[in-house]
Design a protein around this ligand. Sequence first.
Ligand code: NAP
Length: 536
Amino acid sequence: MNNAGNTAGYDIDAVVVGAGFAGMAMVRKLRELDFTVRCFEHGSDVGGTWYWNRYPGARCDAPSMQYSYQFSEELQQDWHWTEIYAAQPEILSYAQHVADRFSIRDHITFNTSITQAHYDEKTACWEVETDAGESLRARFCIMATGNLSSRLKPNFEGLDDFAGSWYQTSNWPHEQVDFTGKRVGVVGTGSTGIQAIPVIAEQAKQLSVFQRTPQFSVPANNAPQDLEYEANIKADYANFRAQNYTKPLAMAIDVKRNPLKTFDVDEHERRERFEASWNQGGIAMQFTFRDSATTMEGNEALSDYLRDKIGEIVADPATAELLKPKHIFGCKRPCIDTDYFATYNRDNVTLVDCSAGIERITASGIQVDGVEHELDIIVFATGFDAITGTLNNIDIRGRRGLALKDKWADGPRAYLGLQSAGFPNLFTISGPGSPSVLTNMVPTIEQHVNWIGDCLAHLRDAALATIEARQDAEDPWVERVQALADSTLWGACDNWYTGGNVAGKARVFPIYVDWVSYREKCEEVVANGYEGFALG
Ligand code: NAP
């Protein structure tokens, strides 16, 4: 479909917002289907999360043989991942390689953000504007804006007075930051802080970690890629990928699925099984028993084991006690680390309890409980306005001028996480109401990309102009997402899944927690003629 100089009232078939893993795959898919596409990216290159989060220690915690594209057999055969869990520079160079290899950059305008997207009901077009002053009309608008892309600005009193330098992990400079001989403070002990702290500790003269809430973390046990394992997967990569799509989280987890519940075994065996998961590392821990992440008693047993581990690793009893989480496992996204707890045994590392809040930032450091901690550099790893943050920052208006952020004021509402009623021809990749961040992201991004691409091709073949989620499909879907979430323990404390980390944000758990039934539902919807969508 080439619409240059078209008479249909639009300039382009599709606008894609964002050139992370989702946006890149979407551009490639649309070009393969011969749609015209323009992608706009705020950053100066591709990579999304892996472009922005280039802090020391940044690393993926899904195995890279799986956290990678499958649309090209040649690509997945040619690329070699050097470690089980690739570090940020390797993932970014992979994204850059993909962009070059499939000529994706030709369709991307970098250093440019979409500021507004308004739906024109008369022409069934999206009128899109950029911060560079460009306007264009597209039939479809596809949001590939990411779930963790809207960083929370540090709004600590006195930050402007700080005489040293400060950085945010999610907006890390492209040049290396040298911590040698410096007194460094890290604020935040989520997945990001926990990755950065051990690496910064090795360089800094003194590191003070400001912890508001302690976190559960399990060792990654990262290692160089096992070449035999790689060869085995590459011998039938397509089948490996297909199998993974049928698994929870869309990921092969190298553990035997345990049919047992925590208290089906005696204390000795329970401990041995937890120990085996710990030694294996990574995400396996939460699958030690069938009920480890789902029942309160199973969860408590796992949580206690992990708290004991902290006590075993950290030499100073008071520091160990402070590092033990009080919440249940999984209600904050569990972290995966390399030497995190052992870092507190270093002479140059101090843990500062800021559970009562950071009082202020002064010219020379951070003040907590009346004590000033002198610093040359502060690193903020304080998180994101997740899932809806970036979408709500764009002025998106659907039918009758309805603003998406107004429709979503009490929490996002969408059908399958793909479309929201009242916003025809607008898609969200890994949007709210889809399994998104509770899965291995790259394969599940590709599932959405393929679904959307096939949908647009179907509309073209059937000479249809629009697709829109129906209200009577969206409402029960939102209820289903909530009901599934209520059957887990993940909404039990303040976390970014629910918006609990952002003051004033509506608390909703907008993630569909069962990937397998989700994928089946998406297929069923298509088989039933796009059931739940109005095609016009
Ligand atoms: P996060 O999990 O939201 O953690 C933010 C940290 O900052 C928390 O410890 C939080 O404390 C603290 N914080 C926020 N505001 C504060 C304040 N005013 N004073 C003191 N402390 C404050 O954010 P994140 O670590 O960037 O991780 C977000 C998500 O990104 C992860 O859960 C994960 O999904 C993803 N991620 C993935 C990887 C990977 O794949 N390897 C790596 C990094 C991140 P509270 O807990 O008290 O709010």
